[in-house]
Design a protein around this ligand. Structure first.
Ligand SMILES: O=P(O)(O)OC[C@H]1O[C@H](OP(=O)(O)OP(=O)(O)O)[C@H](O)[C@@H]1O
Ligand SMILES: NC(=O)CC[C@H](N)C(=O)O
Ligand SMILES: [Mg+2]
Length: 514
């Protein structure tokens, strides 16, 4: 997953974009980028690292203009180490276009071939987002009769993207001299919300992966972008929207509610926090039913994401809830770090035990999910070292058994601890005295309880059912080969070491654009 953001403001936008990316940082820690527009000229700076490391004052000063987009990256295609794959991506034809994408295209290889053979466009990185931008650019060129760009042509181009692209995509695009466009794939797999701010100088607009950016920037949450819908804010501040997909099925990614999103976000009308509390309640009920003879002294969350579920589980089971692990706030999320060795080391650096909460006790540790098992193995071990007599583990999500191909970097089944193990085998592998997983139906019920209109969810990592219907075994094997631990290559570097290499200044104003 990644975080995307687009803002049309009434004054300088650079600080809004920076602050917005900071609160979307949990969605991607590998690279960050901001592009702004001043008249017909784009300014952009992007590079590898956290937002606070990528942008220096001098970079911010160059990001002039009242509207722009931003991105934080957690790669699912290409490499975490390649600064050239940081977003936004830019093309200069048919108009100046800059794009930032959250998600993953599942037909990007086929599209890449089409790009080269029939659309006569060159793709220079391994990023599917660069492919997506070129598809949009090609469709826009085809939709613009002569040199005139208008709302009709832009929405027709989005319809073309829906026709050609498969997979997950929530997207923001800057169209030079015209305005900010945002759209979501016809399944609405990845989230995208709209915010509005009526101020003295006029109306400002915002689109973001999560509503937490709307809150923090002082905007008002208007609604989600609907699956298949495109919204457009022109440079005059006028807002337009249109359904651009022939058929839509709303199926948001379940893993957003389980782990990815911040608890203070509202996605598709669902409070992520409340859905996690519900998960805890369902799991407590299952525990009562299936493990009636297990004695527990204390419930302990594995920080951070599991806290709401663990808290509610303890409440429902009438057990004390205690903090047994202290998290080093300066270490990022370990699950989204590149490379298993880094992840393992980070768990130890990140969490330390409060011995008193473990000594002589039977403890129930609660996590939101168990993916590779890196965290659980370390944590169970640490609980025993701290003196726990029994260590039980509960997961607020079902076993993660299948690859995710829609924007979460879980591409290799072999990496997943549950891919070919029974629950007893997993408990043994992790070293727990007992293990309990959420049932998938209960997980769906936890989210649906907060928005009953949500009939479908993207739950492929739990049940192997890929909502877009185009995923074959050959495809999965191919992705597995490509992605198994993308390693640093000779073209990969961190452009922060190279002074201002990541900075681009572009002057793209042309008469043809209006
Ligand atoms: O089985 P694993 O491969 O270890 O992955 C699962 C763990 O990773 C995540 O935590 P993370 O540290 O990324 O973030 P958090 O602080 O938000 O919980 C998640 O909350 C689990 O704890
Ligand atoms: N996680 C994401 O949304 C990644 C976006 C895009 N596929 C990339 O690898 O950069
Ligand atoms: Mg965690």
């Amino acid at each position: 997953m990644c975080g995307i953001l687009g803002v049309v403001a009434t004054s300088l936008v650079n600080q809004l974009l920076y602050d917005g990316l900071q609160v979307l940082q949990h969605r991607g820690q590998d690279a960050a980028g901001i592009a702004t527009s001043e008249g017909g000229r784009f300014h952009m700076h992007k590079g590898s690292g956290l937002v606070r490391d990528v942008f220096r004052t001098r970079n911010m000063r160059n990001l002039e203009g009242n509207w722009g987009i931003g991105h934080v990256r957690y790669p699912t295609a290409g490499s975490a180490y390649n600064a050239a794959e940081a977003q936004p991506f830019y093309v200069n034809s048919p108009f100046g276009l800059l794009l930032a994408h959250n998600g993953n295209l599942t037909n990007s290889e086929a599209l890449k071939r089409e790009m080269f053979l029939s659309d006569l466009r060159h793709i220079n990185t391994s990023s599917d987002s660069e492919v997506l931008l070129n598809v949009f650019a090609h469709e826009l060129q085809a939709a613009c009769k002569g040199l005139k760009i208008d709302e009709e042509a832009i929405f027709t181009a989005v319809a073309g993207v829906h026709r050609r692209c498969r997979g997950a995509y929530a997207v923001v695009v800057m169209i030079a001299g015209y305005g900010l466009l945002a759209f979501r794939d016809p399944y609405g797999i990845r989230p995208l919300v709209i915010g509005r701010n009526d101020c003295e100088a006029g109306t400002e607009w915002l689109v973001a992966s999560e509503s937490v950016a709307v809150d923090v920037l002082g905007f008002r949450l208007l609604r989600d972008v609907a699956p298949g819908e495109a919204v457009l804010v022109d440079t005059g501040g006028r807002f337009h929207s249109r359904q651009c997909a022939a058929r839509t099925v709303h199926a948001p990614c379940m893993f957003e509610f389980v782990y990815l999103a911040r608890p203070d976000s509202i996605i598709d009308g669902v409070s992520v926090y409340e859905s996690r509390m519900k998960m805890g309640e369902y799991l407590a009920d299952k525990m009562r039913r299936t493990m009636p003879n297990v004695h527990i002294d204390v419930v302990i969350p594995i920080p951070d994401s599991s806290r709401p579920s663990a808290m509610q589980m303890a409440d429902r089971l009438d057990l004390p809830f205690r903090e047994g692990f202290v998290k080093n706030r300066y270490i990022g999320r370990t699950f989204i770090m590149p490379g298993q060795a880094t992840r393992r080391k980070s768990v130890r650096q990140k969490l330390n035990t409060i011995h008193q909460e473990f000594k002589g006790k039977s403890v129930l540790l609660v996590d939101d999910s168990i993916v590779r098992g890196t965290t659980s193995k370390e944590i169970v071990n640490m609980a025993r070292e701290a003196g726990a007599t029994k260590v039980y583990l509960a997961s607020a999500a079902p076993p993660v058994r299948y690859a995710n191909v829609y924007g979460i970097d879980m591409p290799t089944r072999g990496e997943l601890i549950a891919s070919d193990r029974s629950e007893e085998e997993i408990a043994r592998e992790i070293g727990a005295d007992g293990l309990i997983y959420q049932d998938l139906d209960d997980l769906k019920a936890s989210v649906r309880a907060l928005n009953p209109s949500l009939q479908f969810f993207e739950t492929s990592c739990f049940d192997g059912q890929y909502i877009t219907g185009d995923i074959t075994v050959e495809y999965l094997n191919g992705v597995e080969n490509q992605r198994s631990e993308a390693k640093p290559g000779k073209n990969d570097h961190n452009d922060q070491d190279d002074g201002d290499d990541g900075q681009l200044d572009l002057n793209l104003a042309s008469d043809a654009e209006r």
